[in-house]
Design a protein around this ligand. Structure first.
Ligand code: NAD
Length: 319
């Protein structure tokens, strides 16, 4: 055996040892994102035990091959790795730290992965509790939306030790196409909320520009083409146009249904606002966009995709 082959083989051993894989997986929170993520794990051969407060959500994933549980504690005590995909801070805190929660029931050494989008300080609090109980915790929020969850093309932004990240990597990539180590606990959440704040702002900017051009007599489709080959180009103008009919597959062409809801982007802006208040950082546009999306929610648009801002601006302009 040549020296290069020996070297490559020994590297392989190191890689396998650090990328520990798991037989028994727990999954809590089987909503729009979690149900698809859990089903992708089942497809890749993992044995899943699942829980949600909504029985129908459990039945949905059980029909794909998971075992249903009666509580988070039941999921937790049977798992080597456990993923949570829950709506907000309070749900995640309760699930992990209540007396009958995940941390109290888990076996020592269990790896806990929270993929919900929450406040980084909540991730840090949970990680401390987990460590006290001999457990490992990483935050791993995702981008890619429901389509990415369904097609297993999510990007995981991970906060935690490098060792735990490497140990979880193969497992995470069963639900996505990419996992990036962002730094210590909470840094996955920081990456997620900063990105979403920028996205929220850019969608408003694109919508204002397109509406103003239209009001001045310029066809929004022509203006979009110009923007997309000019300096204003961004994801919101090019890939996810808020103009109905321009890109057939995006929510604006489906009466703003599906996609990423106004309520969820407003939630993420609230997280950015709370974080910026703690650090004293100026986020004038982030704060303003938070208020704009919240006002849209008050107008009954919370369930529509956030690109509905374009329609909202046009309605306001008519008044
Ligand atoms: P969702 O509301 O569809 O699903 C959440 C699930 O959690 C529901 O089934 C609910 O019944 C369950 N749940 C709530 N409290 C619970 C508890 N105490 N115990 C067990 N189950 C409980 O939300 P979603 O769209 O799947 O989003 C989940 C998280 O992912 C959110 O933090 C969201 O911001 C983030 N996210 C969503 C998207 C998206 O496009 N939907 C994209 C990226 C990230």
């Amino acid at each position: 055996m040549g020296i290069l082959t020996t070297f490559a083989k020994s590297l392989g051993v190191i890689r396998r040892a650090s990328q520990r894989d798991f037989s028994n997986v727990g999954f809590v929170g089987l909503g729009n994102m979690g149900a698809y993520m859990a089903k992708n794990l089942i497809k890749k051969g993992y044995r899943l035990t699942v829980y949600d407060i909504n029985e129908k959500a459990i039945e949905n994933v059980v029909s794909a091959g998971a075992k249903g549980a009666a509580s988070v504690a039941e999921v937790s005590k049977n798992s080597e790795v456990l993923v949570t995909m829950l709506p907000m801070n309070q749900h995640v805190l309760e699930c992990y730290t209540s007396k009958t929660g995940i941390i109290s029931a888990a076996k020592k050494g269990t790896l806990l992965v929270d993929s919900s989008t929450i406040d980084p300080t909540v991730s840090q609090t949970i990680a401390k509790e987990a460590e006290k109980n001999g457990l490992r915790f990483i935050d791993g929020p995702v981008s890619g939306g429901v389509v990415g969850a369904e097609n297993a093309t999510l990007t995981f932004m991970v906060g935690g030790s490098k060792l735990d990240f490497e140990g979880a990597r193969t497992f995470l990539e069963a639900m996505g196409s990419r996992a990036v180590h962002c730094g210590d606990i909470g840094m996955g959440q920081v990456a997620k909320i900063c990105n979403n704040m920028l996205l929220a702002i850019s969608m408003i900017g694109v919508s204002e520009a397109l509406n103003l051009g239209d009001k001045l007599g310029l066809n929004p489709k022509i203006l979009t083409d110009i923007i997309n080959t000019s300096t204003g180009r961004c994801w919101s103008s090019e890939i996810y146009s808020p103009i109905p009919g321009l890109i057939p597959t995006v929510p604006s062409s489906n009466d703003y249904n599906g996609g990423f809801s106004t309520a969820l982007i407003a939630k993420d802006l609230g997280l950015a606002q709370a974080s910026a208040t703690r650090t004293g950082s100026p986020i004038a546009l982030g704060s303003l966009s938070h208020q704009i999306y919240r006002t849209m929610m008050a107008h009954g648009l919370g369930g529509k995709d956030f690109s509905v801002i374009y329609q909202y601006i046009r309605e306001e302009d008519k008044k």
